[in-house]
Design a protein around this ligand. Structure first.
Ligand SMILES: [Zn+2]
Length: 548
């Protein structure tokens, strides 16, 4: 049978693609706004119908602004495939696609992104994209003289806007109340959500790049300056990844996930809340002076953080990375960074991933050369998902069966939890090894270690997996993070801290907002930007002259 190629105007093609995307790429959105409505009521169908027409018209206006006879095919192809991925991602992981989430996906290491690109995902996206792609490439686009095409386009755009307005008219009150009650729903509208997120992130980057980073705490000074009679102080901050407090036996999890740390003399802080639910939000936020209390993403990216203040005070600040970089917080004079990879320790890496013990090895090596007060940050890969099983060596495969695929939904919830717990068990070993290294070094150095995770993780509770839900609505498992402190006696003496007092207070609520001032307090830094009330050590400081 011979089929003639359909002849379509660019505008018609754009409308058809918009209809397809809005109808078939928005399952979570349609079920969310239909929730609680009665199918037999005519009002329900008016509401859903008008919403549908308004969304199609709105997407038409945006796509049509960018499409002409030459750009339409590549642009719509890209759009269709991206919509397929977004739809799959939101369905599978029950996440919403807001600017932060998109930044998360885009800024994650390429090989971490590849973990998300599973066979099932690619197959699903290919099947979903096939019908619109056939239409896009098979249809013949009509040619019209440029001036007529332009006039028609202007009329079509105006018409699109009129349709949006008319469709919203009968449902505006209903829709406004739905959107006001659940603001996050707007991030379910695909592909509008990621187009908006891309545009907004690009605008922020352009703004951010144009402005110089504001200096913070340039008056900082070390209250315990180098003295031949005093040993150098070394503070190690271990930045955890995706470790949730709920699965630490130190905080009451019934399964033994902290066999090594529980044998050490540490202070475990049981009520610590993260600033964000993703690395992109939490890492810049926890090192900043603003924190969650005065959260402003742009200001945080524009201003120096606590590592810069320590550098201003003359400390040697070193960032060791086994992850996707420091998100800007290690930029600045006086801070050195070291990216650890297979070239450094082939025995601890497989392919592009390295186990976190690589950080301990680098720390041990660096400690031998320490001559002055130093702060190390060890940025772990921790429990970075969804491939938890890649985060631990076989020796730590204690909870079985463990999920051994990147496709979490191919595993039972129990297998996912087992893999997550094995990765935690390995983190327990890594942190305990770092402490062991510091303890050995405490013959010549005054050492301490603080461990804190950047955010938690959902492991199937309420159908949610991974992390990244907007902070205000995120379940507690995504924001309740583990934190613990180990110190040598020499360090506690130098910092004037009564550890028994800290232990007594370890159940009090703390958050990422306490990190900025606590690091300054622990290292005895005097500066105008220090706030005693946020320093977790200050209630337990033995009052002497050296306290900041
Ligand atoms: Zn993270």
């Amino acid at each position: 049978m011979y089929l003639t190629r359909p002849r379509l105007r660019v505008e018609t093609l754009v409308v058809l693609i918009a209809v397809y995307a809005v109808a078939f790429g928005n399952g979570p959105w349609w079920s969310a706004i239909a929730a609680g409505r009665v199918a037999s009521a005519p009002g329900t169908w008016l509401f859903l119908g008008c919403t549908f027409v308004a969304l199609v018209a709105l997407h038409f206006v945006v796509f049509a602004l960018l499409s002409n006879r030459w750009t339409a095919r590549p642009l719509l192809t890209l759009l269709v495939i991206a919509t397929g991925f977004a739809t799959y991602y939101m369905r599978t992981y029950a996440v919403v696609l807001d600017p932060t989430m998109l930044r998360n996906v885009v800024e994650t290491d390429i090989h971490e992104t590849r973990e998300l690109l599973t066979f099932a995902m690619v197959g699903w996206v290919a099947a979903w994209s096939l019908p619109p792609l056939v239409l896009i490439w098979w249809a013949e686009l009509t040619r019209t003289p440029p001036w007529r095409a332009a006039l028609f386009r202007i009329a079509a755009l105006a018409g699109g806007l009129v349709v949006v307005a008319l469709a919203l008219l009968p449902i505006s009150r209903d829709l406004t109340s739905v959107m006001r009650n659940q603001r996050e729903l707007r991030y379910l509208v695909t592909p509008g959500n990621f187009i908006y997120a891309l545009a907004r992130n690009a605008a922020r980057d352009a703004q951010g790049a144009a402005l110089p980073r504001l200096a913070v705490g340039t008056d900082a000074r070390n209250l315990l300056p180098i003295d031949p009679k005093r040993r150098p102080r070394v503070f190690v901050f271990v930045l955890g990844e995706t470790a949730r407090a709920a699965n630490f036996s130190l905080f009451g999890y019934p399964r033994e996930t902290n066999p090594e740390l529980s044998r050490l003399d540490i202070v475990a802080f049981s009520d610590v809340t993260s600033c964000g639910t993703s690395t992109e939000v939490s890492v810049p936020c926890m090192f900043s002076r603003r924190g969650r209390a005065a959260y402003d993403e742009q200001e945080i990216h524009r201003s120096e953080g606590v590592l810069n203040v320590l550098a201003h005070a003359g400390y040697d600040v070193r960032w060791f990375d086994n992850q996707s970089g420091c998100k800007g917080v290690c930029n600045g004079a006086g801070i050195t960074t070291l990216k650890l990879d297979a070239a450094y320790a082939p025995d601890l890496c497989n392919g592009e991933d390295c186990f976190d013990e690589i950080l301990v090895r680098a720390l041990r090596e660096a400690l031998a050369g320490v001559k002055r007060d130093t702060v190390f940050v060890l940025h772990t890969i921790g429990n970075h998902g969804p491939a938890y099983y890649r985060r631990y060596p076989d020796a730590f495969r204690r909870f079985v069966p463990d999920c051994r695929t990147d496709e979490l939904r191919d595993c039972s919830r129990e297998e996912v939890v087992n893999a997550f717990d094995n990765a935690l068990l390995y983190t327990d070993h890594v942190v305990a090894s770092a402490i062991g290294t510091l303890r050995e070094a405490s013959a010549t150095l005054d050492t301490a270690l603080l461990y804190m995770s950047d955010h938690g993780e959902s492991l199937g509770e309420g159908g949610f997996y991974l992390h990244g839900l907007p902070w205000s609505i995120a379940p507690r498992v995504q924001t309740h993070v583990p934190m613990m402190l180990w110190n040598s006696t020499g360090f506690a003496t130098a910092a004037n801290v009564d550890i028994a007092c800290l232990k007594k207070r370890s159940g009090e609520p703390l958050s990422h907002d306490n990190l900025f001032d606590s690091l300054l307090g622990a290292m005895a830094v005097q500066t105008s930007v220090y706030r005693r009330e946020l320093d977790l050590f200050s209630p337990c400081r033995v009052m002497t002259a050296a306290a900041p």
